[in-house]
Design a protein around this ligand. Structure first.
Ligand code: HEC
Length: 196
């Protein structure tokens, strides 16, 4: 009779027949509100989920480093650190990753520009972005510490203070680093407190 029997019945608004004319409006309003809040809820949860990988600090620093690595580096260097043959260099067994902190920090802050030799293989495709603007010292330290202790690596952790020291030493520089420039650095110039 009221013409609403074939419409999906939203749980809360279905009070048919109380006042003949208000019925359809209640149904429509109910459906709009129900779908609207469901959409808001889902998009809110989605945004939170997306942001969590980035900003939410895990209680365990290694877990946090791994999450940040997956988010910012994994697409090119691979979850297994193997890179992609001929395109993206490996981080696993890379002399750059386990080498001097002052060089590694610069690769992160201003980015590299090829060619780079990794394990005797040459890479030069200049796609790696600089992360200095995008990531703070703590995040960079967490990512680098993760790479230095993964895939069989046993290199020292990198602290946020060490990243801050490199940031200070390189302030004003925007250009990415060539491997030659990094090799010419005195390795302890801005990271004097490297743990052994
Ligand atoms: C868009 C692809 C891309 C992303 C994302 C990326 N890199 Fe790179 N990375 C490269 C390329 C390509 C090189 C080689 C240098 C060149 O050709 O410019 C490189 C070089 C390096 C090197 C020195 C060479 C080596 O293999 O050890 C390190 C260390 C490094 N990247 C670490 C990272 C870390 C850590 C992240 C995440 C914060 C990251 N990269 C994100 C593409 C990428």
């Amino acid at each position: 009779m009221i013409g609403q029997a074939d419409k999906p019945q939203p749980p809360a608004a279905a009070t048919p027949g109380e006042r003949g004319r208000a019925g359809p409006w209640l149904i429509v309003a109910g459906v709009v509100v129900a779908f609207g809040s469901l959409w808001l809820l889902l998009s809110g949860l989605g945004a939170l989920g997306g942001r969590a990988a980035d900003t939410q600090k895990a209680s365990d620093p290694a877990t946090w480093g791994q999450r940040l690595y997956a988010h910012y580096c994994g697409a090119c260097h691979g979850a297994d650190g193997q890179g992609r043959a001929g395109v993206y260099p490996p981080l696993a067994q890379s002399e750059w990753v386990v080498g001097p902190v002052a060089r590694l920090n610069r690769i992160m802050l201003q980015g590299p520009t090829g060619p780079y030799n990794v394990n005797g293989v040459r890479f030069s495709n200049d796609t790696m972005p600089a992360f200095g603007q995008q990531l703070d010292d703590e995040r960079i330290a967490a990512i680098l510490t993760y790479t230095r202790s993964s895939w069989g690596h046993r290199a020292s952790a990198i602290s946020a203070q060490q990243v801050a020291a490199t940031r200070l030493a390189t302030r004003g520089r925007a250009a990415p680093w060539t491997a030659m420039e990094l090799m010419a650095l005195p390795v302890d110039d801005d990271a004097p407190h490297q743990p052994k």
